[in-house]
Design a protein around this ligand. Structure first.
Ligand code: 13P
Length: 250
């Protein structure tokens, strides 16, 4: 099974640094079975695209707006991202939910807008520390999946990649045990089935402190279609090791 490896560079790099990282990655991967997606910040997208040209990488953005056009100062449309060469877009990352007040309803509109723009949405879901401690993880995942996919056809839902990112694990340096992620992925798949029917199979990936030491544990699991990587995607050697791992398990 072809695995997916996505680097979310967040707001960590300048445009210049983004290009340098893209060049180093491009030089380190000639071809790959793995679907490798890099998600730079908006202003770095064109330069990173040029640095990656002809290589084995796909381009993604970290967010989009749900409207196609209009008086929405500062927002970016899916069509503009496509025009820049993006084929993926992260939607509903927990940092946007936490810092910018993104709700499940907004995430739903963004998933829909991404699909309409022919971008593959990488829909982020995950429980907070509080939900984890209260034992309501599964209910939180179910709610997030149900609302995010509302109104979409089964065919559209089949195109979505769901990223399970336990919020309390992001940036902590301590990933959950792979079996824990496998259980959560099962809950996510059940929730998708409730919305779209059993015939629809979505890809579910794990994110949260993935690095080259623990990556194999996740990527080896059949229930884990890939990883969404933050910190470890900012260092070329580290991310290239993860690519190697994905290539060997695929
Ligand atoms: P870290 O890999 O730095 O924990 O970040 C995960 C993440 O939020 C990816 O979207």
């Amino acid at each position: 099974m072809r695995k997916i490896l996505i680097g979310n560079w967040k707001m960590q790099l300048s445009v210049r640094e983004s290009v340098a990282l893209a060049r180093a990655l491009r030089a380190g991967v000639k071809k790959a079975k793995t679907t490798i997606v890099l998600c730079p910040s908006f202003p770095a997208i064109p330069a990173v695209r040029d640095a990656l040209r002809g290589g084995a990488f796909a381009l993604g953005a970290q967010d989009l707006f749900w409207e196609t056009k209009g008086q929405y100062t500062g927002e970016v449309s899916g069509a503009a991202l496509r025009e820049l060469g993006c084929s993926f877009v992260i939607v509903g990352h927990s940092e946007r939910r936490a810092h910018l007040g993104e709700t499940d309803e907004m995430v739903n509109k963004k998933v829909s807008a991404a699909l309409a723009a022919r971008l593959t949405p990488i829909l982020c879901v995950g429980e907070t520390r509080e939900e984890r401690e209260r034992g309501t993880r599964d209910a939180a995942l179910r709610r997030q999946v149900h609302v995010a996919l509302r109104g979409l056809t089964p065919a559209q839902i089949g195109k979505v990649i769901v990223a399970y990112e336990p919020v309390w694990v992001i940036g902590s340096g301590k990933a959950v045990p792979p079996k824990d992620a496998v259980r959560a992925h099962g809950k996510i798949r059940n929730a998708v089935e409730e919305v779209a029917g059993a015939a629809v199979k979505v890809r579910v990936i794990y994110g949260g402190s993935v690095d080259s030491n623990n990556g194999a544990g996740f990527l080896r699991e059949a229930a884990v279609d890939g990883c969404l990587v933050g910190g470890a995607s900012l260092r070329a050697a580290e991310f290239l090791k993860l690519v190697q791992v994905a290539e060997t398990v695929a």
